[in-house]
Design a protein around this ligand. Structure first.
Ligand code: GDP
Length: 195
């Protein structure tokens, strides 16, 4: 997809701030620092639109980005960051759940996980939640450039096994540094938008 227009529509803290229309949404979830903002910036080839941070836990809002007046990327608050209080975590969790379970605009949920590490308990919980919610989802393994090419298959098998996937087909990999993987991810996004 050629992106020629991208803008932040709103950083919402409450559901009544979500845009009220039927524009399709591609939601991105994953723990803080996994690379959600970098993912959006690379996909739209516009450095700096989505705020990136090496300080995890900063994004506590649901950020809606209008892409080409065609669909929105929605950056869902990071979950599982240890340095926030338990009550904050519960609040974030319920915000994510509420959005994912009630938002009719969602066409695809991308679950971002760090390719270097085994999935965390929260990554696994998020995947199980997506299964139960019965919405189309794909897993995007981020920071591909940080592992050796020769180790890719090993990391894919670890994810397949830990997430209990029948095949590696639901696993996509991506690097916001090099852009590798973005074409395959655009393909699934376009397929879901065309549904
Ligand atoms: P978010 O909290 O999920 O939005 O994560 P960010 O996009 O802010 O990224 C967190 C940190 O990881 C930043 O320092 C990024 O530069 C870095 N990062 C994100 N994606 C990649 C990637 O694909 N490769 C490398 N090498 N670093 C990345």
């Amino acid at each position: 997809m050629q992106v020629n227009h991208a803008e932040l529509v709103i950083s919402a803290v409450r559901p009544n701030q979500y845009p009220e229309d039927s524009v399709p949404e591609i939601a991105l979830a994953g723990r803080s620092n996994v690379g959600k903002s970098s993912f959006i910036n690379r996909m739209i080839e516009r450095i700096g639109l989505a705020r990136t941070s090496s300080q995890p836990g900063k994004t506590q809002t649901l950020n809606f980005y209008n892409i080409n007046n065609e669909f929105r990327f929605v950056d869902v608050p990071g979950y599982g960051y240890a340095r926030v209080s338990k009550s904050e975590r519960i609040k974030w969790g319920s915000m994510i759940e509420h959005y994912i379970l009630n938002r009719e605009n969602i066409r695809l949920l991308l679950l971002l996980m760090d390719i270097r590490h085994e999935p965390t308990e929260l990554d696994i919980a998020m995947k199980e939640f997506a299964d139960e919610a019965e919405i189309p989802y794909a897993i995007v393994l981020t920071k591909l450039d940080k592992i050796k090419k020769s180790q890719l298959n090993k990391h894919l098998s670890i994810y397949k096994k830990s997430l209990n996937l029948p095949t590696v087909d639901a696993l996509f990999y991506f690097s916001s540094e090099t852009g590798e993987g973005s074409e395959d991810i655009w393909d699934i996004i376009e397929d879901q938008l065309a549904e």
